[in-house]
Every structure is written in structure tokens, then in C-alpha cells.
Design a protein around this ligand. Structure first.
Ligand code: SF4
Ligand code: SF4
Length: 287
């Protein structure tokens, strides 16, 4: 297996240009999202979806900017994407094998194998994977699997003018992110934190992790995501035990009384003193 690759999205340097969204759409030939004017934001795509595999959120906040002028409000910009979870529930529940783990330890969906059942959609703890309305199949970021196989970096990382999206070996990215957080905190951004970088979190660590300047909820991210299939092995064990118990109870219900009657030997229905036995005996004896 090749070295695990990932994304480190440093939201502290994102300028909201959406070049990443456009590059993703262009490379992957994704259709538009309908050009909807949200009215609440300059953000026109709204959220991740079947045709939006990178989504740059604009979050307007009324709070002092560290080191900034009094009364200045801040915008948080963050380019969200599939987290390529270490424990990926979407992959766990896919019945056709359309979702698979690549040699780069990323999670990819193969549209020609997806049957549109949609099991993966509620399984994702981040609400990432989505079905397209026209054909029902599921789609999401592939971390440009085709480009990686050709030795190229993903299109979004290539297009990002500020290096907000960094691509590379995951271990290296984690080290780089730790240094960046330490520097930001030293500069007075005490709220700087990493999200999804820890292998001990609820999804075993994300292949695409983030540097945030606020709580995850401010960016629409779950604060403590857990792989939704975590309890499946225990549930299967319980289901198996219940099935064995049910079969045992049915077997007892049918076989138990017969077993008791059978143990009665000649005194049971099938014994020589049954209805035919004495009749037969009488018949024989009378003639
Ligand atoms: S973020 Fe969702 S779609 Fe992406 S790998 Fe994790 S579970 Fe699957
Ligand atoms: S290309 Fe980079 S700077 Fe522009 S919106 Fe995307 S992440 Fe932000």
C-alpha cells in the first residue's frame, strides 16, 4: 500500500475565492448546483452535495478580531470536503462494494457500481455523501484518485492561491498543522485548534482534517463525530444470540412434549395400548 495521503485545510488563510470549488467541478466534470442565490450569504453553493465535493462556507461573526481594529467583524472561510475517515461508515454499509478504500487510504465511490440504495447517506456522521436527484447514485470527493494515480495533487489543492488546502503524506501534514497551531496561538489566536487530526477520535482520525478558528459547530461541523457503525459488531452478536435462543425455544416447543410422550414408552399414544392396539387385540381374540 502506498503512503497514506490527506488534506490539511488551514482555514486561517482561506480568502473565500472558491477557486477550489471551481477546480473540483472542472476536473471532475460536476454539474452546476442551480445558481441559487442564498440571500443570507455570498455563498452560492450552500453545502456539500452530490455535485459539490468542495464547499467553501462563509461565516460572518460579530466579534473583535485579534490584533484588528475595534468594531471590525470577521468572516470565517472554510473549504469543507469529505473527511476520508479511517473508520468510514459509508464504506461499512455499502452493499455493492461501490465504496472502497484506495491504496492511498482514501475512500472512493465508483458510480458504475453504485445501485442508488442510499444506505451510505445517513451513515456518514458529517453529512458528506449525497445522491444525485437525476439518477439516484451517490457521489462525493475522491481526493482526485485519478490524479493521485498519475502522480498529481488534487485539483483543489493545486488551485488554492493561499495554500489553505495542503495535500501530501498525512503524517507530514499533521506535523505541519501542529506547528501552525502553535504559531497562531503564539500570535494571539488562542482559539486556533485542529479538527479531525487525532487518530483517537470517533472516526479514528480523518484523512482530511482542518485548522479552525472557532468551535467546530461555528463551521457546521459535528463537535464529536462517531462512526455510525461503531455498534454494529455488538448488534450482530446480540442478534445472533437472539436468533439462537428463538430457534431453541421453537425446537423445545415442538420436540419437548414429544420427547416426554416418547419417554412414556408403551403408555403413550404410539404404544401398544393405543386405540388400535386393544381393538386389534379384541378383533384377533374374538375370532
Ligand atoms: S466523511 Fe462521510 S462520506 Fe467521507 S469517508 Fe467519512 S463517512 Fe464516508
Ligand atoms: S481556493 Fe483556497 S483560498 Fe480559495 S476558497 Fe478554496 S481554500 Fe479558500
Amino acid at each position: 500500500m502506498a503512503e497514506r495521503t490527506g488534506f490539511f485545510t488551514d482555514t486561517s488563510v482561506c480568502i473565500g475565492c472558491k477557486a477550489c470549488e471551481v477546480a473540483c467541478k472542472e476536473w471532475n466534470q460536476l454539474p452546476d448546483d442551480g445558481f441559487v442565490f442564498q440571500a443570507t450569504s455570498y455563498d452560492n453553493t450552500g453545502m456539500l452535495g452530490a455535485s459539490t465535493w468542495r464547499h467553501v462556507a462563509f461565516i460572518e461573526q460579530s466579534r473583535p478580531v485579534p490584533g484588528g481594529d475595534e468594531g471590525v467583524e470577521r468572516w470565517l472561510m472554510s473549504s469543507d470536503v469529505c473527511k476520508h475517515c479511517t473508520h468510514a461508515a459509508c464504506l461499512d454499509v455499502c452493499p455493492t462494494g461501490a465504496l472502497f478504500r484506495t491504496e492511498f487510504d482514501t475512500v472512493v465511490v465508483q458510480p458504475d457500481i453504485c445501485n442508488g440504495c442510499g444506505y451510505c447517506v445517513p451513515a456518514c456522521p458529517f453529512g458528506v455523501i449525497d445522491r444525485r436527484e437525476d439518477d439516484g447514485r451517490a457521489w462525493k470527493c475522491t481526493m482526485c484518485y485519478d490524479r493521485q494515480r498519475g502522480g498529481l495533487e488534487p485539483a483543489c489543492a493545486k488551485a488554492c492561491p493561499t495554500d489553505s488546502i495542503q495535500f501530501g503524506p498525512l503524517d507530514e501534514l499533521r506535523e505541519r498543522a501542529e506547528e501552525r497551531v502553535a504559531r497562531l496561538r503564539a500570535d494571539g489566536h488562542e482559539e486556533a485548534r485542529l479538527y479531525g487530526e487525532s487518530p483517537s477520535d470517533g472516526v479514528g482520525g480523518a484523512g482530511a482534517f482542518f485548522l479552525l478558528l472557532d468551535e467546530p459547530e461555528a463551521y457546521g461541523l459535528p463537535p464529536d463525530p462517531v462512526v455510525t457503525t461503531r455498534d454494529l459488531p455488538a448488534m450482530w452478536r446480540w442478534a445472533g444470540a437472539a436468533a439462537v435462543s428463538a430457534v431453541g425455544a421453537v425446537a423445545l416447543a415442538f420436540l419437548g412434549p414429544r420427547g416426554q410422550r416418547g419417554s412414556g414408552g408403551s403408555r403413550g399414544w404410539g404404544g401398544s395400548r393405543g386405540p388400535l392396539g386393544p381393538l386389534g387385540s379384541r378383533a384377533g381374540g374374538g375370532r
